[in-house]
Design a protein around this ligand. Structure first.
Ligand code: ATP
Ligand code: MG
Length: 560
């Protein structure tokens, strides 16, 4: 049995941490479930996981870590029409990438199809389930409303043997989809709509990603979930708030299983919502299918695979998840808190390099043609006569407060030398072509030779050595803070048409040559970037992971 860390002072700290930890700590104090703590993460493999799922993963696996318990991965694969192996694989990859391990405890609801079917037959025998021949609409109309009782189905009191015969014929494929369903016989007058004879089995004639064509009937989610928890020995079944009203049904099914002292306990928490983001898999699938984005792992997507490709680190997501905590009240978290957690981690871990996104050529007229100085700063940054600087670091007619390069001014090239702009060269159309500058050889390393000051330091790369790269700049995918929150307007109306900007003439210092896909960098003064898997030897591709500062939030403050 797993060891528990339930010293009182640890339990006290856990209480402060979040209310679910507190509940579990109380259960341990009371010695419930023989002091076992066992959770599970139960995704339906009908899409890629998103940041909301990451919260649930961190919570469930985090509880196992904290209390010396276990956490299962279980695929809730009860609907063969929407589920695919591609999704199963991506989900496993994402959970592992976040840093969690289900060890040998990988399960599928479909593992239990046989047991669930037996259980359904048992319910029929116990006169607690019946086959209803009515169509879905009729059944739904008879359900009533929370204030109006439901109407009993005319098939509710069929004899047991007739029910068994019909259910087996459903199972054998003798009926078509929608011809009949199996319903639990509970209470058509219950104030809880979920208790009004819920459907527990339906006919679906579709190929299942694991059981193939073995089954023509499939259990409903509610009929599979709690029993799967029970059979796996789950102690704390954590789910989002919308399942709170399902809890009596969850418990009812477990009450009908064999009697034991043990029972899983369902606990609900508020799902994560983020500003400027849609979270439901159905909507994310729409973005993918209708090609608003380039696939599930598009770096603008809130999917875990998108965040990974964008340059997010598992640590930053886990820290974010800890920071937002766990509550019982639905709300919406500011996406800048997620970005803050990312910046905080990258600031400690990303390699610093120099990269120029919009190059302007600079010729150092008094620098020798051939010699190069390969040894600047702590990494080797080659310097030479022809450089690129950022276009926006130069202004021909600067306003008063512009301290960067302009005709006649001197600036520091980071790690290198002081340079002064002596000549602005234009092409035949009068467009800026290049700058001629002189350098002060005595300012090597960017140190002032005589105490004279320069007002700014700019980044640069050596034209000859720099690696030409593509840079993909991302902005928020939606222009509205809550794209999902408009009653009569589709969320896609709020897609930001400028969420992706591709720059294909960028130059990055040669240090990045050995970078691995997804490697993280800080381009000094510009932002955090990572190497995209689309990179080729001829053309590295960088994604803007996040800006150095929350310039976006500052903009908003200025405007408001
Ligand atoms: P979606 O509506 O986005 O498709 P879902 O709830 O249908 O999500 P599941 O695959 O059924 O997705 O969810 C797996 C687990 O992740 C469930 O326990 C669910 O409660 C949890 N989960 C899903 N979305 C969120 C969210 N936004 N915040 C926290 N937990 C979530
Ligand atoms: Mg779902």
């Amino acid at each position: 049995m797993a060891e528990n860390n339930n010293a009182p002072e640890i339990l006290e700290n856990q209480k402060k941490a979040n209310f679910i930890h507190a509940l579990i700590a109380d259960d341990l104090k009371e010695g419930k479930n023989n002091n076992r703590v066992h959770t599970r993460f139960p995704p339906e493999p009908n899409g890629y996981l998103h940041i909301g799922h990451a919260k649930s993963i961190c919570l469930n696996f985090g509880i196992a870590e904290k209390f010396g318990g276990k956490c299962n991965l279980r695929f809730d694969d009860t609907n063969p029409t929407k589920e695919e192996t591609e999704y199963v694989d991506s989900i496993m990859e994402d959970v592992r990438w976040l840093g969690f391990d289900w060890e040998d405890r990988l399960y599928y609801a479909s593992d239990y199809f046989g047991k669930l079917h037996d259980f359904a037959v048992q319910l029929i025998r116990d006169r607690k389930a019946y086959v209803d021949d009515q169509d879905a609409e009729t059944i739904s109309n008879q359900k009533g409303t929370p204030t109006r009782p439901g109407v009993e189905s005319p098939f509710r009191n069929r004899p047991v043997e007739e029910n068994i015969g019909l259910f087996l014929r459903m199972t054998n494929g003798e009926f078509e989809e929608g011809d009949c369903v199996l319903r639990a016989k509970i209470d058509m007058n219950s104030p809880n709509m979920h208790m009004r004879d819920p459907i527990i089995y339906r006919i679906i004639k579709a190929h299942h990603h694991r059981t193939g064509n073995n089954w023509c009937v499939y259990p409903m989610y509610d009929f599979a979930h709690g029993q799967s928890d029970f059979w796996e020995g789950i102690t704390h079944s954590i789910c989002t708030l919308e399942f709170e009203v399902h809890r009596p049904l969850y418990n009812w099914f477990i009450d009908q299983l064999q009697e034991t002292d043990y029972r899983p306990c369902q606990i609900e928490f508020a799902r994560l919502n983020l500003t400027y983001t849609v979270m439901s898999k159905r909507k994310l699938l729409e973005l993918v299918k209708d090609k608003y984005v380039n696939g599930w792992d598009d770096p603008r997507m809130p999917t875990i695979s998108g965040l990974r490709r964008r340059g997010y680190t598992p640590e930053s997501i886990r820290n974010f998840s800890d920071r937002i905590g766990v509550t019982k009240v639905d709300g919406i978290n500011d996406v800048s808190l997620l970005e803050y957690s990312l910046r905080e981690h990258l600031n400690k871990t990303a390699q610093r390099v120099m990269g120029v996104l919009n190059p302007l050529k600079v010729i150092i007229t008094n620098y020798p043609e051939n010699p190069e100085d390969p040894d600047m700063g702590t990494r080797k940054v080659p310097f030479s006569r022809e450089l690129y600087i950022e276009q926006e670091d130069f202004m021909e007619n600067p306003p008063k407060k512009f301290f960067r390069l302009s005709p006649g001014t001197e600036v520091r090239l980071r790690y290198a030398y002081f340079i002064t702009c002596t000549n602005v060269v234009k092409d035949e159309n009068g467009n800026l072509k290049e700058l001629h500058c002189t350098y002060d050889p005595a300012s090597k390393g960017g140190n002032s030779p005589d105490g004279r000051k320069v007002k700014s330091t700019i980044h640069w790369v050596s034209a000859r050595h720099a690696i030409k790269s593509e840079v993909r700049l991302y902005d928020r995918l939606f222009v509205d803070e809550n794209p999902d929150g408009h009653k009569d307007v589709d969320f896609k109306e709020f897609i930001n048409p400028d969420s992706l900007k591709v720059l294909s003439n960028c130059f990055v210092e040669p240090f990045i040559k050995n970078a691995k896909p997804l490697g993280h960098f800080q381009f000094e003064r510009v932002g955090y970037f990572n190497l995209d898997p689309d990179s080729t030897a001829a053309m590295p591709v960088f994604n803007l992971t996040v800006n150095l500062r929350d310039s976006w939030a500052r903009e908003q403050n200025k405007n408001s």
